[in-house]
Design a protein around this ligand. Structure first.
Ligand SMILES: NC(=O)c1ccc[n+]([C@@H]2O[C@H](COP(=O)([O-])OP(=O)(O)OC[C@H]3O[C@@H](n4cnc5c(N)ncnc54)[C@H](OP(=O)(O)O)[C@@H]3O)[C@@H](O)[C@H]2O)c1
Length: 398
């Protein structure tokens, strides 16, 4: 049975950290977005009061040209929470500052009624904050009901994205798990782009002709965050996936954009053949594809058959930068199966992933513009509706 909803809208959005690497990517990706329009930009006190176009002169890293509408926006200090009132109904947060400061600021924006979708790690382990990859754990969005009850938020909420590098391999892992192949050990070595460190990031003379075998805090995030993403919504929190151990080595490499990952997987039960794994990857689709969310790649996992792909320069833009490319799928003499994964760190791993999360939350009814005009038609399969209903029941909401 198919259910149809008439749906939305034009939502004015704000970007906290708009001048940075991820903030610029948000502005670039939202330039022609069908639902969202950038109406508010905020950054540090040093940028506050400047025209956006002036503040990013000499540091605009995107290939496209800044629109006059955004260039003329005057930057606000991100700490000025009241300034967003009436100017934006959704906020993307990509601030680079102390974790405690970011955590407090994001809660303050949510308390003021703004849904906040964050790229920062500040709330990734806050119990009532969902950490979402829409293709994997959309059901965790129901935690927002608990969060709103706990904190007395009205229309506000905080939802976060996980660390960028794990997005180059976790969707293929989920595809295998969902197909009945229980991955319980993962050995991953990452090759992470320079843009992952923001701008100006790592000094060029440290990185050119070099590899830096340390990215502070990255290995811990890579080893722990998947346990929450793959965990189950239980009561008022997420119970972590207990049957998975990850060993990560994270390296900074002289690539502009695109995080790569060499991954070996072990299974506690049946193992897929190489051809089965490829078929599972190719056929994987999830709720964002079923819903037809504007930023959802038609094919979330792209399998490369060439012997030397994926490569960052050639594959990071697959699916508009939102797909994960995998190749070199072969047996592993140490564990069971290995592959090389690649995704765009500032698109799928940051701004694009944040936008897709916001689109999901908008479609699920957690984000709305007051007085929204309803113009488009959405058809949801009964299975998608049932899965959300189950998730909502689990946290005790109607
Ligand atoms: N780069 C990636 O690939 C990536 C991927 C996933 C997640 N992330 C996360 O996204 C966040 C932003 O990363 P980024 O790479 O975009 O960093 P970035 O290029 O260094 O940009 C940082 C932004 O934060 C603002 N900011 C700094 N101090 C501030 C303060 N005291 N008050 C208000 N705003 C302040 C900056 O404004 P000014 O210009 O005014 O200083 C700038 O807009 C970080 O949490 C990072 O871990 C990054």
């Amino acid at each position: 049975m198919e259910h149809s909803y008439s749906f939305c809208m034009r939502i004015d959005v704000g970007i906290l950290g708009a001048t940075g690497m991820v903030g610029q990517r948000y502005i670039s990706l939202l330039a022609n977005h069908p639902w969202y329009r950038v109406a508010f930009v905020a950054a540090s006190p040093a940028s506050a009061g400047k025209r956006y176009g002036d503040a990013v002169t000499g540091r605009w890293r995107m290939h496209d040209t800044l629109s006059p509408e955004v260039a003329n926006l005057v930057i606000t200090d991100a700490a000025d929470v009241g300034a967003g009132r009436g100017r934006c109904s959704l906020v993307f947060s990509c601030l680079e500052m102390g974790k405690d400061e970011v955590a407090a600021l994001e809660l303050a924006w949510a308390a003021a009624g703004h849904p906040v979708v964050s790229n920062s790690s500040a709330h990734r382990w806050t119990e009532d904050v969902p950490m979402i990859i829409p293709e994997i754990n959309h059901a965790h969005a129901a935690l927002i009901e608990t969060q709103r009850r706990n904190r007395g938020f009205g229309s506000g909420l905080v939802a976060v994205k996980p660390n960028c590098s794990l997005q180059s391999w976790i969707t293929p892992v989920e595809a295998l798990r969902e197909a009945g192949f229980p991955v319980n050990r993962i050995m991953v070595t990452t090759f992470q782009a320079a843009s992952g460190a923001g701008f100006p990031g790592v000094p060029s003379l440290d990185l050119i002709d070099n590899i830096i075998p340390l990215i502070g805090g990255e290995e811990e995030k890579t080893e722990r965050e998947p346990l929450r993403i793959l965990g189950r919504l239980q009561g008022e929190g997420i119970s972590l996936e207990a049957n998975l151990v990850i060993s990560a080595s994270c390296n900074r490499v002289p690539v502009t954009d695109g995080h790569g990952a060499a991954v070996s997987l072990g299974f506690s039960g049946p193992k897929p053949s190489i051809e089965e794994a490829k078929r599972i990857f190719r056929n994987f689709r999830a709720l964002p594809q079923e819903m037809g969310l504007p930023s959802a790649p038609a094919q979330p996992i792209v399998v490369r058959e060439e012997i030397d792909r994926p490569q960052p320069a050639r594959d990071r833009d697959a699916g508009g930068g939102m797909a994960v490319s995998v190749g070199r799928i072969r047996e592993c003499p140490l564990l069971d199966l290995r592959f090389f994964g690649m995704s765009h760190n500032t698109i799928r791993g940051a701004a694009g992933g944040g936008i897709l999360t916001a689109e999901l939350l908008t479609r699920l009814g957690y984000i709305a513009e007051s007085g929204a005009t309803w113009t488009a038609e959405l058809s949801l399969p009964a299975s998608a509706i049932a899965s959300m209903a189950r998730a909502r029941e689990l946290v005790g909401c109607s």
